[in-house]
Design a binder for this molecule. Sequence first.
Ligand code: MLC
Ligand code: AMP
Length: 536
Amino acid sequence: MDSIVEAVREHAWLQPERIAILFEGRSITYKQLYADSERFAYALTHWGLHAGERVALFLDNCPEFIVAYLGTHLAGGVVVLVNAQYRQVELSHIMNDAGVRLCVTDLAGRAELISLAVPTLAALVLVGENTDAALFLAAKNEAIVDVAYVDFIEDGSVFDEDSPDTQLELPRADMPAVLGYTSGTTGRSKGALLFHRNLVANIQAISEAWQWRADDHLLLTLPLFHTHGLMVGTHGTLFNGAQLTLYRKFNAASVLARLRAASDISLFFGVPTMYSRLLVEAEQQGVPEHLPRLFVSGSAPLSPQTFHDFERLFGQTILERYGMTETGMNLSNPYTGERRPGTVGMPFPGQEARVVDVQTRQIAAPGEIGEMEVRGPHVFEGYWQRPEATAEAFAPEGWFKTGDLGWYSEDGYYTITGRARELIISGGYNVYPREVEDVLTSHPAVAEAAVIGLPDADLGEQVVAIIVVAAGQTVTPAALIAFCREQLASYKKPRQIFFVDALPRNAMGKVQKHVLSAQLQEPPVRGESRDSGKGE
Ligand code: MLC
Ligand code: AMP
């Protein structure tokens, strides 16, 4: 099997009437899913998409996302994943950096894209409001502004009929498949380029480790535009010919209600914030009688407290695993065997991990904290058009430097203790301080800004900004928060703003964020300035 879409084609042959996706009352069989993907691929090729060209998916969860994803692969294209919450700053960077030729989006997305200057972008494909009959509304245009809407399934005048003269070929394992933007230490994220073989190798390893079977049924409430929802949840389902109930978004009460309604869900994957919210909800509503066979947590650290509370209330141990965009999944607690709270387990089958000293790069002994490195067929090819960043990210012999700090025990369990790079993880979403600082300092009233993460009971970490106001200016926290929200995804906005006369700096002039973090977590500082700094 060379690609996920090849697996879908095989399931469409072997079990055509098997339901692949359930979404808001619609059910899509494997046969239909493949047929729709094929149709979309024909449309793309007919329109003029060439192998290796980039197609962005800027869309919330819906089956069309999956059809467009598979169809792009079948047409030989590379999918660019775009968080549906991204706004001008992020969109402009990703679309231009990836040289996106076509973007699949909805009306809200179109409104966001229309004012952007992206010379390569030649067409938008709009996912229709009423998707019962027509899967897509296609809009082709030269300059994006005057868009003519055409229902491509029913009318077909822009994205023409099946074009039987075009031969579709399944993607080869060594073809580029996905660009996932991540790790913007310089304020601008980089595209991690994954080949089909990386995706297949990872999902094979995951399937083996978690005993994913065709009769499994996953309840997926994670967004499809990130690794967790797409490359674990969706790939695993489609690779194994299993079932997916897809939600537009997570809501703890709806998840519990769904589990209570029927006993058919066998898998649930979430970020730690989802588990803590499920706990709160279940304390009030009670725990459903039938539970999935496996609950998996990842994307951010699951606290041992949540692990134990969940075990007490639900009678199940959450399986914690560790991954990232560049690699997919790296480490996992065992399916059978001890799931150890606070740890992320051991490497998946066919993969390797090690810890090296941050300074000397020597391999660390058990118990010593260092940088986590991983190696295996799942590791990405490199950063899109950034050979230097790619070279920096790899140690000799193919070891990928994760930028995460951790240690391993004598019996082989790995624990993540922190990050070597500046990164805030809020509710499973990554926030790079530099990106928020750049927006804040572009405000005329801001002279200097430092953005840090502080502990948060719900989100794990919350984004906080410390501001030096420019001479002669005044500004309120609410105004600065609104300013960030206009330009960046809303989850990146600071939840609190503190005003200071000067930022603490070391002898080299570098802002000492650990000092700020310590000060803000000290009880005396907390009281007044925190409350006054809230902008909502
Ligand atoms: C939403 N908001 C957040 C937020 N999510 N703020 C901070 N951090 C977050 N994670 C804000 C919104 O901007 C909005 O603000 C307000 O909260 C309500 O939005 P919402 O959409 O209703 O939020 P909610 O449903 O509560 O979302 C919480 C959540 C969501 C936990 C369900 O964040 C989520 O789905 N997280 C999962 C992210 C994920 O998939 N990560 C995997 C990355 S892959 P306002 O002001 O606009 O109202 C990866 C690799 C790996 O890391 O190992 O998996
Ligand atoms: P991303 O760059 O969005 O793919 O996010 C990947 C990062 O999420 C990793 O580098 C880790 O810092 C973090 N991460 C993922 N899973 C875990 C976990 N189980 N525990 C702690 N951190 C995690």
